[in-house]
Write a protein that binds this ligand. Structure first.
Ligand SMILES: [Mg+2]
Length: 261
């Protein structure tokens, strides 16, 4: 890790690495992979997936990538690593729980999604440059790369939809507005996974609004890391995606020492 890393972060990493069973979880976009205009062009930084896989090979160390992306996209972008747990759609699609995979919709959720789709089509006809991503249980309005005024118009149209479709959980992120039929959230998904693998401490790093909700769910025994600028509930902060990789490499060294391998 660079000498400029705050001593408080190193101290926390050391304490975390000494816990008996740990869950190391990271967001993907803006945390492991720099943002790109086209979502499927995003790539994890060199070394990022490698250090996660190395960590997952250590005893009593579970590693997860937890993203707003759907599970299928997350599998492609991480290269299907067997050793990593993947959690897609903000927690609604955990790879470790096959019963939740694909998030089967109830008929009420299906009807709500159909009604939303009608309005989304209308929005798309008024704003042809708006990009709409369809997930199994959500629709996402993307405005990354558009001129600021146009993005603001599209976002306002999206917020008007949010007012009309109150059954959806609407989350505004960086140039995205997501309408989700289920309100699982990354926080509850992390707690579920930690319970499943019997992890006593969780490290979670993320950069976006949805990650803040997860930070709030975690306890004082856990380690929360905000990536980049902006207000946060996290106890720690690193500057960017490169600093996340450095932090994970430091954790790998410390965890090696702690578990004696
Ligand atoms: Mg992110």
């Amino acid at each position: 890790m660079t000498p400029s890393a705050p001593p408080v972060l190193l101290t926390a990493l050391r304490a975390f690495a000494d816990q008996p069973h740990v869950l190391v979880a990271v967001d993907f976009d803006g945390t492991l992979a720099p943002f790109t205009d086209q979502p499927m062009d995003a790539r994890a930084l060199p070394g990022a997936l490698e250090v996660l896989i190395d960590l997952s090979a250590l005893p009593q160390t579970t590693v997860a990538v937890v993203s707003g992306r759907d599970l299928a996209s997350l599998r492609i972008l991480t290269g299907h690593p067997d050793d990593l747990v993947l959690v897609g759609s903000h927690g609604a699609e955990p790879s470790w729980d096959s019963t939740a995979e694909g998030h089967r919709l109830t008929s009420a959720e299906r009807s709500a999604l159909d009604a939303l789709d009608n309005d989304v089509e209308e929005l798309r006809s008024q704003h042809p440059l708006a990009r709409i991503e369809e997930k199994p249980s959500a629709r996402v309005l993307h405005t990354r790369g558009l001129a600021e005024a146009l993005a603001a118009d599209i976002n306002a149209a999206g917020m008007a939809l949010a007012d009309r479709h109150e059954h959806f959980t609407v989350t505004a992120g960086k140039d995205v507005l997501e309408f989700a039929v289920s309100d699982v959230g990354k926080g509850p998904a992390l707690l579920d996974l930690a319970h499943e693998v019997n992890a006593g401490a969780i490290l979670f790093a993320g950069d976006d609004t949805t990650d803040e909700l997860a930070f709030e769910c975690l306890s004082a025994n856990d380690m929360t890391v905000k990536v980049g600028l902006g207000e946060t509930e996290a106890r720690h902060r690193v500057a960017d995606e490169s600093a996340v990789v450095e932090m994970l490499q430091e954790l790998l060294t410390l965890r090696h020492q702690s578990v004696g391998r």
